[in-house]
Design a protein around this ligand. Structure first.
Ligand code: TXA
Ligand code: MG
Length: 355
């Protein structure tokens, strides 16, 4: 579908105490079926009225998103959950008590009155309450459930600043609310509560350990530790898509920090000898070991939260730098590290190296 170029209104908002007239203006755009990008505590979302199938269809066209990849519905209160889900199990209530507002998306049975464009035609619905004053104020003012995927073109890294959103979507959406950089930097955890044992379909801000402490048994979907080659059975359509395919191939090197650095130094030398420009993504705080060249650092030593916060911006930067290959350090697969490694493995596809 050919889209018209429209003028995108860019509005700065105070992330803690957003101006009411700005929120009212953006909420009106949502109520009229428009698209509004807004900050959440994870990444920027591209919001649309979750009950308006025509508006949701336009959102898919704007993002270039496959139609079978459903959207997360963002709510500002529990009443909306009871309106949207066919059933709200006790486990869901317990999790909402503890983790909402926050980066936990719950997959619940049967969407009532939710258009197929939002659910991807599934008999379930994914819902979360974001922990960000701008997102919450917008949803409350619109008085609507707001479906919001990450505000990027499909296949690009999720946006963690309003600048990233504009880079992908300027001229295609009505409004961007700029509330500064998002805090967490990776998306919410998606937990399927319709499975016999609760199953993590996408790792994110709330870790498997956090969930196990509350629920006891929690499974991690087997596709999560795989690269983009995963082709097993899945209840989460999002798992089968490469979320981020960098312009340059990404090679992910896993092992002890010392052996990973040694391998990357060696590989970078080989690529340079062939006249190729290698970009190095340091997640272990070992930037100083690599010397010259395009070395970007996401986070510092033993600080996976900082890696998460800086990851997508670094990946976008490598596209801008037009390197020929990206060599990325792996980190430990635990806590928020599971989410980081999941995104890096998907970006790497088959190019995973263990040393
Ligand atoms: O942190 C986040 O979750 C961000 C912010 C904006 O809230 N949103 C986000 O949305 O990451 P998106 O569309 O980029 O990812 C939604 C994920 C996809 O992997 C999708 O397949 C999964 O949620 N999903 C949505 N509805 C589902 C359902 N009913 N069953 C299983 N998975 C579902
Ligand atoms: Mg996304």
């Amino acid at each position: 579908m050919q889209e018209d170029v429209i003028s995108t209104r860019y509005i700065k908002v105070d992330p803690c105490c957003p101006d009411r007239t700005v929120i009212a203006e953006a909420a009106l755009v949502l109520r009229r079926g428009g698209l509004v990008a807004f900050p959440t505590e994870t990444v920027y979302g591209l919001g649309v009225n979750a009950l308006d199938g025509t508006a949701a269809a336009r959102l898919f066209a704007v993002k270039g998103r496959p139609a079978d990849n459903p959207l997360i519905i963002h709510v500002a209160g529990r009443d909306m959950v009871f309106q949207l889900a066919g059933q709200v199990p006790e486990k869901a209530i317990l999790l909402m008590d503890i983790f909402w507002p926050g980066p936990l998306t719950l997959v619940l049975p049967g969407g009532k009155g939710v258009p197929a464009w939002v659910t991807g035609g599934l008999d379930t619905v994914a819902i979360r309450m974001p922990d960000h004053p701008v997102a919450l104020a917008l949803i409350r003012e619109a008085a609507l459930p707001v479906a919001a995927p990450s505000a990027n073109i499909s296949g690009r890294p999720s946006p963690t600043t309003a600048g990233h959103v504009l880079c992908d979507l300027a001229g295609r959406i009505e409004v961007v609310l700029d509330g500064g950089p998002t805090g967490l930097g990776v998306e919410s955890t998606v937990l399927d509560l319709t499975a016999p044992t609760p199953q993590i379909l996408r790792p994110g801000g709330i870790t498997p350990e956090d969930l196990q402490n509350v629920l006891g048994a929690v499974e991690v979907h087997p596709g999560i530790r795989a690269g983009s080659e995963w082709c097993g059975e899945t209840r989460s359509p999002g798992l089968k898509y490469t979320h981020y395919a960098p312009d340059a191939p990404l090679l992910l090197v896993e092992g002890s920090p010392e052996s990973v650095t040694a391998k990357i130094v060696d590989l970078a030398r080989q690529y340079r000898a062939k006249g190729l420009r290698a970009g190095i993504l340091s997640c272990n705080g070992r930037k100083e070991f690599y010397g010259e060249g395009e070395v970007l650092q996401a986070g510092g030593r033993d600080d996976p939260a900082a890696v998460a916060a800086g990851l997508y911006a670094a990946l976008r930067r490598f596209d801008e730098l037009a390197v020929d290959i990206i060599l990325a350090e792996g980190i430990k697969d635990e806590g928020i590290g599971l989410a980081i490694m999941n995104r890096l493995r998907k970006a790497a596809g088959h190019r995973l190296l263990r040393v």
